[in-house]
Design a protein around this ligand. Structure first.
Ligand code: GLN
Ligand code: ZN
Length: 762
């Protein structure tokens, strides 16, 4: 019979127990034991949960106190010199110093860099390596966790990040070649695998997600060499795990590697099954990733069963394992906790636990069990009926999407003509100053919102607090002399949730937490149905804010791609169709704002870049529809209405053409940390419209001096024309405190004035 297995499980805990334990540990500088006890409890609980849900084999060493890539670096002693003294005092302090920086006992260490894990919203810590780096096995985490699970009577499989992906995901501080370190690294892996085998571990899972990326010849050679080396010494059987996409042109290599099993993602890439089966060596197990580890929907038996039957026919049940497509780290733990969700919605969803239950049913059905077959038939017919259920299908929305034409994404005139029209009505100075939208979310604001949500204060009382805050923010901006004002977003808890809650087609969970990094979790909204806007969402507060001032007030919306990217998206429509629906809803909002007298409107798209597909060949398809959706949002607005967009990252070089194609009148971007590095993109490509490279790093409490900001602006002026340069911070100010914001913005406005005078003809 086919085994049900799992590549990894969420570790944060249903009620974010790990988050709480971590944060109190950091705060109290406290005893390690509570944190480690919580961690052990969570592992035990999750293993039992997996087992009870029907898993034959549970993963171990997938647990992490902070991040599995950091764990790997520490396991192989890839600890940069600056952290070693802290490690020497306490390994746990050293570990957290790498994760979060360390300011204590005479140390002032910055953390490792953090970056997105492939195309997920999970962030991993980027190991820092250098030429001549030495590795050695340090500690026994994988073995200890295997022993822990085994002691509970469970069959456990240690999970390790594979050596080649580990190197490819690391960063060389000296710019040397990462793969050059392979020979130094492999002995540590060999030693570890030997230990595991000696302890009685039968299978180990080596994650090599980089195998779904575009790889060059050096990387392919590294794979061949690495796996030949691992295979040459004593080791448990190796399951090579790939996920997040198709193996594509790397498939031949993968089949040639001396491993004992292969996991493939058949949710993202079901079409690869035939090729995978055709080349699979006869002694090899296939772990079929058939339920979605990246989304919260139940699987469709009509899609999954044929895949499994085909695989089973070719391989036999013994050589076929069933698993989620990737680690379940990316979905919430248990749908049963969502008692407030309507049963009809719940019936269509599966969180981590339900996904394992689904796999159990598939395995039983493959073995011919009648009850399992019936369950699958019911599941499929429920999902079929749901497709046309009210709320899921909104005929008006479908019609509007069908009727979109290339004209829908056009402004009335080209950007040069719009610039003239806007100059007349807005009458802005050279180097106009503005901010990105939010002002500090004070404790009072947060408490008031919590009280309002809990019904302890009524709408009027809540609104009064917001109105007062907006007035304060407006007066402040007038006082310091900013040119384009914002209302400060005091009414928003989160830039996606705020809009999702006002749109049809969205659902929210109570405990649907997903780890973003360390102790940070997000609760992504769920797009389950056609998206429509029943009523205006932001007009009221924007209009109120505009009524307080003669300066232009910038309306503030979250863009369609970001709304999509930071949600769990329905799986019965193409993502681009869902994105078009959101774009149409936002377009109505843009037109309503315009009609209400808001002449500057910003549409934030911080997630545009992270939506890029993993393979280069797929980039242009994505960018085409992402840009089209942005343009639908603002299509048809008056020439005099100035459209801004904002993105908070600085890697622009490879997408600058797409950014220009969005045709926003003004774009603001993050640049201060990289000291305007991104402006390289603008030397190569002449960006036509307004641009505000951030001069104030809002991610840090540090207040930049006027001199620093001036220097950044001067640098910007080396590649940008003065007429196109805007002056603004890197991002919204909601996480900052008022005193910092006040000092930094005053200095920023001063800088703009100083430069303006210098630039004006005498
Ligand atoms: N307007 C938002 C803010 O200022 C933008 C946030 C973001 O880019 N992530 O908070
Ligand atoms: Zn931002």
């Amino acid at each position: 019979m086919s085994l049900v297995t799992c590549l990894g499980f969420p570790r944060i805990g249903l009620k974010r127990e790990l988050k709480r334990a971590l944060e109190s540990h950091w705060r109290d500088d406290g005893t390690h034991s509570t944190l480690l006890d919580t961690a052990r409890d969570l592992r035990n609980r999750h293993w039992h949960l997996l087992h009870d849900a029907g898993a034959d084999v549970v993963p171990c060493n997938d647990f992490s106190l902070y991040d599995q890539v950091l764990d790997t670096a520490v396991l192989f002693d890839a600890i940069p010199a600056r952290y070693r003294p802290v490690f020497a005092d306490s390994p746990l302090d050293g570990y957290f110093a790498m994760a979060r920086g360390h300011k204590r006992g005479g140390h002032d260490l910055h953390a490792l860099e953090m970056t997105k894990w492939f195309d997920t919203n999970y962030h991993y810590l980027v190991p820092e390596l250098e030429a001549g780096q030495r590795f050695r096995l340090r500690g026994d985490k994988p073995l200890a966790e295997w022993r822990e699970a085994t002691a509970l009577g469970l069959h456990a499989r240690p999970v390790l990040l594979g050596p080649v992906s580990f190197l490819l995901l690391s960063k060389m501080v000296d710019g040397s070649n990462r793969l050059g370190l392979l020979d130094a690294l492999l002995p540590a892996y060999v030693e570890l695998l030997g230990q595991l085998a000696a302890a009685g571990v039968d299978w180990v899972q080596l994650d090599e997600p980089c195998l779904v990326l575009d790889l060059d010849g050096d990387a392919l050679a590294a794979y061949r060499h690495a796996y030949a080396t691992l295979n040459s010494a004593r080791h448990p059987k190796i399951l090579l795990a790939t996920y997040f996409g198709a193996l594509g042109d790397n498939l031949a290599l993968v089949h040639a590697l001396p491993v004992d099993g292969l996991h493939v993602d058949l949710v993202r890439a079901p079409e690869q099954l035939d090729a995978v089966l055709d080349g699979l060596p006869a002694d090899r197990v296939l772990s079929a990733g058939v339920v979605d580890g990246r989304n919260i929907w139940r699987s469709r038996p009509a899609q999954v069963e044929p895949l499994l039957r085909k695989a089973c026919q070719r391989l036999g049940a013994e050589r076929l394992w069933l698993a989620p497509s990737c680690s379940l780290l990316h979905v919430p733990i248990d749908l049963d906790a969502e008692t407030a969700l309507e049963p009809s919605h719940r019936a269509a969803m599966a969180f981590a636990r339900q996904k394992i239950e689904e796999l159990r049913v598939y395995a039983d059905a493959l073995a011919g069990q009648a009850e399992a077959l019936a369950t699958l038939a019911t599941q499929q017919s429920r999902l079929d009926q749901r497709a046309s259920a009210p709320g899921v299908l909104n005929p008006d929305v479908r019609r509007r999407v069908r009727e979109l034409t290339p004209q829908s994404g056009l402004r009335r005139s080209n950007s040069a003509q719009r610039r003239l029209a806007q100059a007349q009505v807005l009458a802005l100075p050279l180097l106009p100053t503005t901010t990105i939208g939010s002002f500090p979310q004070t404790e009072t604001l947060r408490k008031t919102r919590a009280a309002w949500r809990a019904g302890r204060i009524d709408d009027d009382a809540y609104d009064a607090v917001l109105a007062k805050e907006i007035e304060h923010v407006v007066r402040f901006q007038e006082d310091i002399g900013l040119d384009v004002l914002v209302h400060g977003e005091p009414e928003r808890n989160d830039m996606v949730e705020y809009f999702g809650e006002q749109l049809d087609g969205y659902l929210f969970t109570r405990l649907g937490w997903v780890q973003s990094y360390g102790s940070r979790c997000v609760k992504p909204p769920i797009i389950y149905g056609d998206v429509a806007r029943p009523a205006a969402m932001t007009v009221r507060w924007s209009r109120h804010a505009q009524s307080l001032t003669d300066k232009p007030m910038k309306g503030m919306l979250t863009g369609p791609v970001t709304m999509l990217q930071w949600s769990f998206v329905r799986d019965d429509l193409p993502r681009e169709t869902v994105c078009r629906q959101i774009a149409l809803a936002l377009r109505d909002e843009v037109h309503d704002l315009e009609a209400a007298g808001i002449g500057v409107i910003q549409i934030d798209e911080p997630a545009l870049r992270e939506g890029l597909p993993l393979r280069r060949a797929d980039w242009s398809g994505y960018l085409d529809w992402a840009v089209a959706c942005f343009r639908i949002t603002v299509g048809g607005v008056r020439d005099t209405t100035q459209i801004h967009t904002h993105m908070c990252y600085s890697e622009f070089n490879d997408i600058i053409e797409a950014v220009a194609a969005m045709d926003a009148d003004v774009i603001s971007i993050e640049t201060s940390r990289s000291r305007m590095e991104l402006l390289d993109a603008f030397t190569r490509f002449r960006y036509p419209n307004g641009i505000g490279p951030g001069v104030y790093d809002i991610h840090s409490p540090r207040v930049p001096s006027g001199g620093e900001m001036l220097e950044l602006l001067r640098k910007a002026l080396e590649v940008l024309r003065p007429e196109q340069l805007w002056v603004n911070p890197d991002c919204g100010l909601k996480t900052r405190a008022w005193p910092e914001v006040e000092a930094a913005l005053r200095a920023m406005v001063q800088c703009a004035r100083q430069l303006r005078e210098a630039a004006l003809p005498a």
